[in-house]
Design a protein around this ligand. Structure first.
Ligand code: MF3
Ligand code: CO
Length: 275
């Protein structure tokens, strides 16, 4: 399928959906604490969706059974929230959320280390979380400054492999185009390949979403058909941003400031969309 380019009005609609997802993230940040179940967190997300008159684009997607994906520690992606899964101090929790409003999709993810855990473990997990978040922003910066979709993965790859010890880059999951469906062309890889891929063009909206592991990237999907865990049991972390490239520059739709604060160290100023 050809890569869809979105016009100004369409990008504004996507921004609305993406900012609802941001509001879900805020709700989850405020709610998460040791003792809460991931099922309860999923209901926090549902409440925010309902407040905004939006729906989750996850539930029913290939029969996915929840509003959000909540993935703890060795769960890499697609953890299914449950009333029997209890968040503990020191957990590394990745929360992936989506919203559809007026036919346009938002999708983004963030991670936290729950305070109060063992110091050594917490520090190790915070390092993985920080590197994954930074890798996402390196990818966003590449979308602003480079010319091809593949440059995003090359930038992420170069950044992640500069660390010792080196986190694993999960190759089995990629970012994606987004718009009137959650997953659209092109795939946005998190690693370098020989091909630079398609040209970056104004009107593209991409989800950039590195998933990193503390150990090896190899993974297994459990019998529920969704929950994907690291094979070696090491921790994994996921961050995702939804980014529009428009005529005048980039704007991170999943951030109220368009990514201004996070992109400042790169010398990049996001360009507002106007109304
Ligand atoms: N939000 C995920 C992504 O970033 C996909 C969620 S899969 C679902 O692409 F089944 F939960 F919807
Ligand atoms: Co996504």
């Amino acid at each position: 399928m050809a890569i869809q380019l979105w016009d100004h009005q369409e990008i504004l609609k996507m921004r609305r959906a993406a900012l609802i997802v941001h509001a879900i993230h805020d709700g989850l940040r405020g709610a998460i604490h040791p003792g809460i179940s991931t099922g309860e967190l999923d209901r926090v997300a549902l409440n925010v969706l309902e407040e905004h008159g939006a729906k989750s684009n996850f539930i029913g997607y290939y029969d996915y059974p929840a509003q959000t994906c909540i993935s703890r520690n060795a769960v890499m992606v697609h953890g299914i929230p449950s009333d029997t899964e209890i968040v503990e101090a020191g957990d590394l929790v990745s929360m992936d959320c989506g919203a559809v409003l007026d036919g346009y999709h938002g999708d983004s993810a963030f991670s936290v280390v729950v305070p109060g855990g063992d110091k050594t473990l917490t520090e190790r997990r915070q390092r993985l979380c920080d590197i994954t978040e930074a890798a996402m922003w390196v990818g966003v910066a590449a979308m602003a400054t480079e010319s091809h979709v593949g440059d995003i993965g090359r930038a992420i790859d170069g950044f992640v492999t500069s660390f010792t010890p080196e986190p694993g880059i999960v190759e089995d999951f990629t970012g994606h185009g987004i718009g009137t469906a959650m997953h659209m062309d092109p795939d946005v890889l998190n690693y370098a390949t020989r091909s630079r891929g398609p040209k970056l063009r104004p009107g593209m909206v991409l989800c950039i979403e590195p998933i990193l592991t503390e150990g090896k990237q190899d993974n297994v999907t459990l019998e529920d058909g969704w929950t994907t865990v690291t094979q070696d049991g090491s921790d994994a972390c996921h961050w995702e941003a939804q980014v529009a490239l428009h005529e005048d520059g980039i704007w991170v739709l999943s951030e109220p400031d368009g990514g201004a604060a996070a992109l400042e160290p790169f010398g990049i100023t996001p360009v507002p969309l106007g109304e």
